[in-house]
Design a protein around this ligand. Structure first.
Ligand code: DHB
Ligand code: FE
Length: 288
């Protein structure tokens, strides 16, 4: 059986890509942020996962406001990046794993998640920046499966629904008949608001509460509505939904190996969280 070895949450601010392109990682502004990934690199080098499932939100590169699925799963041979207008280098394509994608899609639809299936899908900074942070350089050592959650156009899915989505994805991964080692990733957040009268809004207290609950009590976050999260974390802070889905996919006993919280990176409260998933201790296997 495939094994979910862990989950990672990380911010996906585009300016991170600019810092990487200009080799600014060790400058005073960026060092406290990039140093937060050293422990994650050590873990990934030791564990060497084969596949990463990425819960993220598209910001208009692949989907736009005219047609915006609530949940979309990639089922392509590879995923291309493209110029989004941030002035960032365009990344080389990311290898996919269509067979595992279809297994996830079949499991989700059987569990009454009527997802959009994407046999072609471009991926934006919310996918590419986290992969550059986790696996620096041009190498592509893992196959990838993008799962896009709408955090852009209301009505948004609820935290409870996103948690459940993650649970079903977790059950799908664990019923896959290979020896694959899989990491699940949730990107975006934490609190930030890019526009309107609250532009620049950050809520440290709420962020730290979420980072804490995500470890051992993720259900506590499922009692919020999407608008509660907008209020508490900002209109883009609702990207927390991607982290909640990631946590839902950890079906075993979860322990925190590392976290870093650093304010601000661009307009955003940045964070990274590394969770180990001990397979077999099926806390959430009631999903399905
Ligand atoms: C920023 C943050 C985001 O999550 C994003 O998608 C774009 C920009 C920022 O803080 O600049
Ligand atoms: Fe974003």
């Amino acid at each position: 059986m495939a094994r979910i070895i862990g989950g990672i949450g990380t911010t996906h601010v585009p300016a991170i890509g600019g810092a990487i392109a200009k080799h600014l990682e060790n400058t005073p502004y960026w060092k406290p942020f990039f140093d937060g990934f050293n422990a994650v690199h050590r873990w990934l080098n030791r564990e060497r996962p084969d596949v990463v499932v990425v819960f993220y939100n598209d910001h208009g590169l692949n989907f736009f406001l005219d047609k915006l699925p609530t949940f979309a799963v990639g089922a392509a041979q590879e995923y291309r990046h493209a110029d989004e207008g941030w002035g960032l280098p365009v990344s080389a394509p990311y290898p996919g794993d269509p067979e595992l994608s279809w297994h996830i899609i079949n499991t989700l639809v059987a569990a009454e998640f009527d997802v959009t299936m994407c046999q072609e899908m471009t991926v934006d900074h919310a996918f590419t920046i986290p992969l550059s942070l986790l696996w620096p350089g041009a190498a592509r050592p893992v196959r990838t499966i993008p799962i896009a959650i709408n955090t852009v156009q209301h009505p948004l899915p609820s935290p409870a629904r996103c948690f459940r989505l993650g649970q079903v994805v977790g059950a799908a991964l664990e019923s896959y008949l290979t020896n694959e080692k899989i990491v699940v990733l949730g990107t975006g957040g934490l609190s930030h608001q890019l526009d309107g009268t609250r532009a620049g809004f950050i809520n440290k207290e709420f962020d730290l509460m979420c980072l804490d609950k995500l470890v051992n009590e993720p259900e506590a976050l499922t009692c919020y509505s999407p608008l509660d999260i907008v209020e508490q974390a900002g209109s883009q802070g609702v990207e927390l939904l991607n982290w909640i889905a990631m946590r839902g996919a950890l079906t075993g006993r979860v322990s925190k190996l590392h976290s870093n919280y650093h304010i601000p990176i661009s307009n955003t409260a940045s964070a990274v969280l590394l969770l180990q998933n001990e397979a077999g201790a099926a806390t959430y296997r009631k999903a399905g």
